[in-house]
Design a protein around this ligand. Structure first.
Ligand code: F6R
Length: 259
């Protein structure tokens, strides 16, 4: 079972996860981070900024979860741009060590395999940050995605395109296709940290944590992982049947265990 941590607000979650990432980088200066985009991980990146000041992050490596297909990498909403703006620049990481899947249509059929090879060459991902979509997707693995899937092109659901339209002028500008790490790729990371905030995520979180393990709710793949941590606010936790137990377990957690 994943460890479920229920916090008062997103900023507390951000601080908790940022502390864990700092610990990781102290132990392993060339740590490999799995980076999510979207709104959810922002409190983590914000909390990391002051914590990483004065630390040597020159060897930290990173792999984004996903990218839109056919969106100019220079477009402000390409995940290349988002990761540069929200992670690489504020945290002072070396841009040459931070990768996003290549979403250019030219040769797209090979880009998934190439991305998998780069992750392998880096020695795998140490800590993968995840958000979850309202339809239960992680990365852009929409419902029905194989648990064995690796980085590949997927078609975004209408729901995901609607959810992400807030970053664009209209839903028509949200690309139809993406290239995303697969559920199999995500499950290979050594530590999964899934965050979710707000009532809109409550069903997806309950399904991922307590529902059956099913490709119909891709986030439920975390139940197969030996080290998964789910950090949610009260609203996102509101549909968890065993919330009291999760609070009790966390409050009585041995200090040596870390996150
Ligand atoms: C982003 C990603 C997605 C998002 C999910 C939630 O790289 O892979 O799975 O985490 O769509 O998005 P937000 O955080 O914007 O609600």
């Amino acid at each position: 079972m994943a460890e479920i941590v229920i916090v008062r607000e997103a900023a507390v979650a951000g601080a908790l996860v940022a502390d864990e990432i700092v610990r990781l980088i102290r132990d392993k200066p060339d740590a490999v981070l799995g980076l999510a985009t979207g709104s959810t991980p922002l409190p983590v990146y914000e909390a990391l900024r002051p914590r990483l000041e004065g630390m040597d992050v020159s060897r930290v490596r990173g792999f984004a979860l996903d990218e839109y297909v056919g969106l100019d990498p220079a477009h402000p909403e390409s995940y290349r741009s988002v990761i540069t703006r929200e992670v690489v620049e504020p945290l002072g990481l070396d841009p040459a060590l931070i990768r996003t899947p290549d979403g250019s249509p030219e040769g797209i059929e090979r880009h998934g395999e190439e991305y998998e090879a780069s992750i392998r060459e880096a020695g795998g991902i140490d800590l993968q940050i995840l958000g979850i979509g309202t339809d239960g997707h992680i990365g852009f693995n929409e419902p029905g995605s194989s648990f064995a899937s690796l980085t590949r092109v997927k078609t975004l659901t209408e729901q995901t395109r609607r959810d992400n339209a807030r970053f664009f002028d209209s839903i028509d500008d949200v690309p139809m296709h993406c290239i995303t790490q697969g559920l199999g790729t995500i499950l290979r990371a050594r530590h999964l940290v899934l965050l979710a905030f707000g009532a809109g995520k409550a069903d997806a979180v309950a399904g991922a944590v307590e529902g059956p393990v099913t490709a119909s709710l891709p986030g439920s793949a975390i139940q197969l992982h030996p080290h998964a941590t789910v950090v949610v606010d009260e609203a996102a936790a509101s549909k968890l049947a065993h919330a009291d137990y999760y609070r009790y377990a966390y409050d009585n957690k041995p200090a040596w265990q870390g996150l």
